[in-house]
Ligand binder design. Structure first.
Ligand code: GLP
Length: 239
């Protein structure tokens, strides 16, 4: 694992966007995947800015979303689909050649099959940009997840259920998540793990310095041949 410690959230976001841009310049037909949530918001905005200013051209590249709350559609407030549309795809003046965004309101087993199909057709992932959950989850690969799965539906952990109102208040009460599997994430050429804020310091230490265990799913990234952790000072405080 390579570790880049940034002064603050803004620098973390710009650093990650620079790495994503370098990936696209090196491989114009890359398959990119970015997490939703609070952490990557600045990063996806910077990425879209770089598209709009002509620094990078996504028109030959592919994009696939990472995860979704089961039951939420791409229009629902707080959904990963809406995040993708509003914060990334809808901001880009030049679109990706193809973008595949999970629909949590559709038949979720079918959504898993089509996610697998898209990644198989255009993958493996060139770059996966991830956040880390308070329990060390990646996407919705929760504690105890098998590391050899592709896209799957998984019950949300108690920690995730406690945290989820920050995305959509009490409007939705999902019980399951749909997620790319650890197998697909580990097959990515490069993985960026973003972390920001002191509330992530403890779990980031477990993921980066602790044992590799499915009780802290992000710890598997210690065994990835090209994983870069990009954290701000607050999140890196316990490393
Ligand atoms: C969410 C998502 C993940 C995300 C993580 C951290 O529940 N399933 O894809 O990376 O938890 O989210 P945040 O960046 O909002 O802290």
């Amino acid at each position: 694992m390579k570790l880049i410690i940034c002064e603050n959230y803004e620098e973390m976001s710009r650093t990650a966007a620079r790495i994503a841009a370098e990936t696209l310049l090196r491989k114009p037909d890359a398959l990119l995947s970015f997490a939703g949530g609070e952490t990557p918001l600045g990063f996806v905005h910077r990425f879209a800015d770089m598209v709009n200013s002509g620094q990078i051209d996504p028109s030959r590249a592919y994009y696939v979303s990472l995860d979704e709350w089961a039951g939420l559609s791409r229009e629902d407030e707080g959904s990963c689909g809406l995040f993708n549309q509003k914060e990334l795809l809808g901001r880009m003046r030049i679109p990706f050649l193809q973008a595949h965004v999970i629909n949590g309101a559709a038949d979720i087993e079918e959504e898993c099959r089509s996610l697998d199909g898209f990644i198989a057709a255009h993958g493996p992932l060139t770059l996966s940009v991830l956040g880390i959950g308070m329990n060390g989850h990646l996407g919705f690969n929760e504690e105890g997840v098998r590391f050899d799965l592709n896209a799957h539906v998984i019950p949300l952990s108690e920690t995730t259920k406690r945290v989820m109102p920050k995305y959509f208040g009490e409007k939705f009460h999902p019980e399951y998540g749909i997620s790319q599997g650890i197998r697909q994430i580990m097959a990515a050429e490069t993985v960026l793990l973003l972390a920001s804020g002191e509330h992530k310091a403890n779990i980031l230490r477990e993921a980066v310095r602790g044992d590799v265990t499915n009780q802290v799913p992000a710890s598997i990234l210690q065994t990835h041949p090209s994983c870069v952790v990009v954290a701000d000072k607050a999140a890196a405080a316990m490393l």
